[in-house]
Design a protein around this ligand. Structure first.
Ligand code: SF4
Length: 312
């Protein structure tokens, strides 16, 4: 059986799990190519206008491989953490795809609950049944996929740069270089390293997020807010860039809460949609890095002035 895995949305976090799971079940796995303008245009043609750009891009990935596959993985992810949810668009993804893309082959529509290994196993048994009735084979494939996922790493942590910026946002916005117009390379080019939320300690992320008057019920909102507050207040980075998809409700809430929390700590929001221009993006990033460097210089001058006057 040929199984297609679209390289969009949470592929950036769990792609390795899906690839190993279906390979171990004996399928030929077809992963769509890297996002490019052709895939984006396919996504725009095959999705509703109101969808955010990561959802459109996901549609484009599906459309690009659907004719080569017997089954396409459209994960209906419900929960990643107990008593938390993710964007409702993930729960309705199979319906969106079926209604927007004509002539789809069979797709996975089963719910995926991943807040506990047992719950995830139950979900994967249902999905595995689309390929084989052999439960032991599905169990083995699940174990191999878990092992591969747990030993893989996700996120960015540049060690060798003097200046560092935290790049926050949903993982697909942060990690897909086409969607974010290669912001990581641009920062490297300007001599600035990058750190993503995966490298903030989990305990601290939760502690900072729990200081809010109300608990977050969106998993990625908790991650971004907690990591951003931790990075800023412990001066782990020199500034924060938040990559946000245009019209994303979750991002707009997190951005306001985080701005409130970090006060005058350098904070830049970059909005992405299918019409975002490269030039405007570059100028804003350069200006932000410039501001951070000058701020650091000023802080350095003040502290050396302070040391000097004290010793004399
Ligand atoms: S969380 Fe925001 S960016 Fe992600 S799918 Fe939902 S609306 Fe789109």
């Amino acid at each position: 059986m040929k199984v297609g895995i679209p390289k969009g949305l949470l592929y950036w976090k769990y792609g390795i799990f899906a690839e190993i799971f279906f390979t171990e079940l004996g399928c030929e796995v077809i992963v769509s190519g890297d996002t490019n303008s052709e895939i984006l245009n396919l996504g725009i043609e095959n999705s509703v206008d109101e969808a955010c750009v990561p959802i459109k891009v996901f549609h484009g990935h599906v459309a690009s491989i659907k004719d080569q596959c017997d089954l396409v993985v459209i994960p209906r992810i419900m929960r990643l953490t107990d008593r938390e949810f993710i964007c409702p668009k993930f729960c309705g993804l199979p319906e969106m795809i079926k209604n927007s893309i004509p002539n789809m082959p069979d797709i996975t529509e089963e719910e995926i609950n991943a807040y506990h290994e047992k719950a995830l196993y139950k979900s994967m048994i249902q999905i595995g049944k689309k390929v084989t009735k052999d439960r032991r084979k599905i169990q083995k494939a699940f174990e191999k996929a878990m092992e591969a996922y747990q030993t893989s790493s996700c996120g960015i942590h540049d060690e060798k740069y003097e200046s560092k910026i935290a790049l926050l946002g949903h993982p697909y916005n942060v990690q897909d270089p086409f969607l974010n117009m290669n912001v990581v390379n641009k920062l490297h080019h300007l001599g600035v390293g990058v750190m993503t939320e995966e490298f903030a300690p989990k305990k601290e992320v939760n502690e900072y997020a729990n200081q809010l008057f109300k608990k977050f019920f969106w998993t990625f909102a908790r991650h971004c807010y907690g990591a951003g507050a931790y990075f800023a207040e412990n001066r782990k980075v020199d500034g924060i860039i938040y990559l946000s998809a245009f019209a994303c409700g979750i991002d707009s809430v997190v951005i306001e809460l985080l701005k409130d929390r970090v006060g005058d700590f350098p904070f830049l929001v970059l909005k992405m949609d299918e019409q975002t221009g490269q030039g405007g993006f570059d100028t804003r990033i350069e200006a932000f890095v410039d501001m951070i460097e000058r701020r650091k210089e000023c802080e350095g001058n003040f502290s050396s002035y302070g040391e000097h006057s004290y010793s004399s």
